[in-house]
Design a protein around this ligand. Structure first.
Ligand code: GDP
Length: 536
């Protein structure tokens, strides 16, 4: 919940905006990201090269950007500066995975941001993936800015689009801009927040729109730029909109009850700057984070942070791992010794990485709200906390019960050891649950969405040159078993055919019958069976 009585943040923290972009595939997320980087001065010119085919969707969108446009950005977060209204902002854009299946990764990513930009296609409206992602944002009351893209094409009526969002997502929508004409007639927008006319330049796709300051809708200057019929319609629609739709309210937006909507065309760079200005001027600075013992305010002196993502094989030559840490508080400086709370061991963070769109560089310092990458050999896991000594646990990073189980084998049986290594790596990344049965060979993989199997197979093949196949498993459910040692051993001894270990070596009971689970709970009252494993 937003507390308006909080003291002003130190300027370095107050100027940070950490956010993600959510959308249904093809709505224009990659194009919009590219334009953000362009206006953030992080890249010089937007590229035009595009790859064909669906394979690109199996990797993160940033990687897709790298492959398609030749921009080097294979990281899960990018930082860039943005100047708006006399202020310098630091934007931290966190990537959400590109494939359209339900993905745990996406959910965890959204725990690291303070706001989200929802991109919808003006012709298609709210699509399935948008709705799912929106629901996740709502669970955390994240403020959402909406960008209605592709207005240069035939799109739906503006009121219809707004109604659909209001009804489908049960959120108030307030127009921040209003489109003038649609499709081939699309001229630009009337900026409802700043009383300006923004005109799209069709000749130069990378040019920022021409902006004309006007004094309300009766300003005679309007007629110099907008043909009479479109102007009459604009006046009528804006009047109706002001009467029928909620006015922008910053508090309601920050609480997640209202979303401002901008209309534009990412590919024509139109409406993008207004959206970025909206994020800068109305978007939330780093927010309070919850832990098991207390709330952490970003302005606290001491550094704290949590791992929300682990990415392996970022550099195929080195089997390193990068843990992505969202700093929750303080001013981090390179070389700091932080406590790794889970292992209770100190950790000297000597080579943290900041991901600046064009390349990565050593992070000499970072502030609450920033995302830093910490290279490591597997000590850092999703959910881990780093502090300056306090033993606390961040809460709210979800863990998911694997709902689909399949056996996995290397096509070449000689490569079983390699497969084990690959699977363990993905398990640590949180890309899948991996179970090694006590009896027999092979592994069982557990996921929450069927597409995750395909993504896994393609990554194992690409990153380890190891073709694999999945096969039906005799099990459909997995339960982590914990309890007193003697009781656990007794249980394991008589149920070997159903037991497996996960990548941490913890015991997991596999079955296809709910009845089995009920029976164990009855026969072994001291044991605890759980469908998810605590991430932190
Ligand atoms: P993503 O899947 O959401 O990342 O979408 P992309 O950014 O890859 O865009 C999907 C397709 O829509 C591509 O062919 C883009 O060129 C196209 N596209 C993106 N923005 C616009 C736009 O404003 N107008 C039009 N007409 N096409 C666009």
């Amino acid at each position: 919940m937003l507390d308006t009585n909080r003291p002003a943040l130190p300027p370095e923290i107050g100027r940070r905006r950490t956010f993600a972009i959510i959308s249904h595939p093809d709505a224009g997320k990659t194009t919009l990201t590219e334009k953000f980087l362009l206006y953030g001065g992080a890249i010089q010119m937007a590229g035009q090269v595009r790859a064909k085919g669906e394979a690109r969707r199996t990797r993160s969108d940033f990687m897709k950007l790298e492959q398609d446009r030749g921009i080097s950005v294979s990281a899960s977060a990018m930082s860039f500066d943005y100047h708006s209204g006399q202020r310098d902002f630091r934007f931290n854009l966190v990537d959400t995975p590109g494939h359209s299946d339900f993905s745990e990764d996406t959910y965890r990513t959204l725990t690291a941001v303070d706001a989200a930009i929802m991109v919808i296609d003006g012709a298609k409206g709210v699509e399935s993936q948008t709705r799912k992602l929106f629901e996740v944002c709502r669970l955390r009351d994240l403020p959402i800015l909406t960008f209605c893209n592709k207005m240069d094409r035939e799109s739906r009526d503006t009121f219809e689009i707004i109604d659909e969002i209001q009804e489908n997502l049960a959120i108030d929508v307030s127009p921040a801009s209003w489109p003038i004409g649609v499709g081939r007639e699309f001229l630009g927008c009337y900026d409802m927040l700043r009383n300006r006319l923004e005109l799209m330049d069709r000749a130069d796709r990378n040019k920022v729109a021409e902006s004309i300051k006007i004094e309300g809708l009766d300003d005679p200057k309007l007629a110099d730029h907008v043909p009479a019929d479109l102007l009459a319609r604009l006046r009528e629609e804006v009047e109706m909109a002001r009467e029928l739709l909620p006015a922008f309210n910053a508090q309601s937006f920050l609480e997640g009850h209202l979303t401002p909507i901008w209309f534009g065309s990412a590919i024509n760079s139109f409406g993008v700057k207004e959206l970025m200005d909206g994020l800068a001027n109305y978007g939330p600075p780093p927010q309070i984070q919850k832990t098991d013992s207390r709330q952490i305010a970003p302005e606290e002196d001491k550094v704290t942070g949590f791992v929300f993502k682990v990415q392996a094989n970022m550099d195929p030559k080195h089997r390193d791992r990068v843990a992505f840490v969202r700093l929750a508080s303080g001013h981090f400086q390179r070389g700091m010794k932080l406590l790794h709370v889970r292992s209770k061991k100190p950790m000297a963070v000597s080579n943290p990485v900041l991901f600046l769109a064009a390349d990565r560089e050593l992070a000499e310092e970072a502030w609450a709200g920033d995302i830093i990458g910490i290279p490591n050999h597997g000590q850092l896991r999703i959910g881990d906390a780093l502090t300056e000594g306090e033993a606390l646990r961040f809460t709210g990073i979800p863990s998911f019960a694997p709902e689909l189980l399949q056996g996995i084998r290397a096509t070449d049986p000689m490569k079983a050891k390699h497969l084990e290594k690959a699977l363990m790596q993905f398990a640590e990344e949180g890309a899948a649950k991996v179970f090694k049965p006590m009896i027999g060979s092979g592994f069982i993989v557990g996921v929450v969405g069927a597409l995750q199997f395909d993504v896994l197979a393609s990554r194992i093949e690409q990153e380890y040159s190891l073709p694999v196949r999945f096969e039906a498993s005799q099990f459909t459910s997995a339960r982590w078993v914990t309890g007193p040692k003697a009781e656990l051993e007794k249980f394991i001894n008589v149920n070997k055919g159903h037991l497996a270990t996960d990548h941490d070596g913890d015991s997991v009971y596999l079955t296809r019958l709910q009845w089995d689970i009920d029976r164990i709970e009855r026969d072994y009252p001291d044991l605890k069976l759980s469908a998810t494993k605590e991430m932190m």
